[in-house]
Ligand binder design. Structure first.
Ligand code: MG
Length: 422
């Protein structure tokens, strides 16, 4: 293992698989991220567990399926009193005992009440808006003078203005790196953009060929470039792992793109689940590599723990240590072979189960796709492979066994009843 690195995890909100130049976008310029990919590794099969902000972040922060931590589906609105329980072990709480300074900047979306906020979940510092910026939030905070930007638990500024968020978060990130340059640090930077209502600062407005959405992504590109420049200037580049990714695919009815994948946020198609992921650590993470190993946000927690030289004291982890994949050890394959995904409850429930190249969409009429030849999930081959449909259905039920009851579909409960009456 190399000496333990600083770790910066940049998580965009609703950025699509096809939104960056290095992932094929032709009408959005992302020279800084393209350079980051050229100097590092670009993953082409990196998936979140749910195409929705809250469950996706729950998995990232705990290394567990969101249904295991009570956040299987649904998004937290600002009046929510539920969220990620204080008893769950977060990325911050894993890295803290290893001597890391731990900062959280940006969108949290895992609980807004005392006991569930970043500072209660292992982070030393927090700056940002805890939740979304859309109309539920605008309305909720209207009487108080607008949405609060917090520093720690205190309101620093009102109202939060979408066009300012990327600039504010970037400035905070640079300050955090500067202040903690002499010790190992972990920075979680959860951008508010390009989630609706997206907006860019004047410097970027009207510049891209994909309208305002493209401007917003170009500003995120510039933000990441500033962070990498700061690391270089402080002599920290070779000591810092930076990961750039997104919490889920693009929102419907926005110019966000998941090309060449099918589907968007709010689905279990690859376009909702598969997101950009660029890893950069000069001299450690191979440069100029495109890695098609199957990995997930679930794998971040055990991987960061390994790199930090600590053991995650977590029961029932669903993530794997993928450090050997990240570091490009010769011939190493990802330990991940499966991934369960869930979106929604009741009639609006969608579920999928992946095993290697096979992707099963569960439901009354299950549909099976072979991602090797059909990445866009257009040709259902369930009829030709009943044994694979059966195997993947069983795998999904095994994952569901450990989830909270709300996450279990009616078919699961019916099967259980049938079994117990035999
Ligand atoms: Mg999102």
């Amino acid at each position: 293992m190399p000496p333990r690195p600083n770790i910066i995890l940049i998580n965009c909100d609703d950025l699509g698989y096809g939104d960056l130049g290095c992932y094929g976008a032709k009408d959005i310029r992302t020279p800084r991220l393209d350079r980051m990919a050229a100097e590092g590794t670009r993953f082409t099969d990196f998936s979140v567990t749910s195409a929705l902000c809250t469950p996706s972040r729950a998995a990232l922060m705990t290394g567990k399926y969101p249904g295991r931590v009570g956040l299987a589906a649904g998004v937290l609105r600002p009046d929510a009193t539920n969220g990620l329980a204080g008893s769950e072990v977060t990325l911050a709480e894993v890295l803290k005992p290893a001597g890391y300074a731990i900062g959280c900047i940006g969108k949290w979306h895992l609980g807004f009440v005392k006991g569930m906020r970043p500072m209660d979940q292992g982070f030393d510092s927090y700056y940002g808006v805890l939740h979304n910026l859309d109309h539920w939030e605008t309305k909720h905070f209207e009487k108080d003078g607008g949405m609060p930007v917090l520093r720690g638990d205190d309101v620093e500024k009102r109202p939060a203005v979408p066009a300012e968020m990327t600039g504010l978060y970037t400035a905070e990130a640079l300050k955090f790196i500067e202040a903690n340059r002499k010790q190992p640090f972990f920075l979680y930077l959860g951008h508010a953009m390009p989630h609706l209502p997206f907006n860019a600062s004047p410097k970027f407005k009207g510049k891209s060929q994909r309208g305002l959405y493209g401007d917003v992504v170009e500003e995120l590109d510039d933000s990441t470039g500033q962070i990498l420049d700061k690391l270089r200037a402080l002599g920290l580049a070779e000591k810092t792992l930076v990961i750039f990714t997104s919490d889920n695919g693009p929102e419907r009815n926005t110019p966000g793109s998941a090309a060449p994948l099918r589907g968007t946020k709010h689905t279990v198609y690859e376009g909702g689940l598969r997101v950009p992921c660029i890893a950069w650590w000069p001299g450690r993470v191979p440069s100029g590599r495109v890695c098609d190993e199957f990995v997930s946000t679930l794998d971040m927690l055990p991987t960061f723990a390994r790199l930090a030289g600590t053991e995650p004291k977590v029961q029932e982890l669903d993530g794997f240590d993928i450090s050997s994949v990240l570091l490009g050890e010769k011939g190493v394959r990802s330990p991940r072979t499966t991934l369960y995904s869930l979106y929604g409850y009741g009639k609006n429930r969608f579920e999928s189960m992946r095993e290697g190249c096979w992707k099963l969409h569960l439901g009354a009429t299950p549909k099976l796709y072979d991602l090797r030849s059909d990445l866009a999930e257009t040709t259902d081959v369930a009829a030709q492979h009943p044994e694979i449909v059966q195997r993947l259905s069983k795998l999904a039920d095994e994952v569901l066994e450990d989830m909270d009851d709300k996450a279990k579909p009616s078919r699961y409960n019916q099967q259980k009843q049938q079994k117990s009456s035999l």
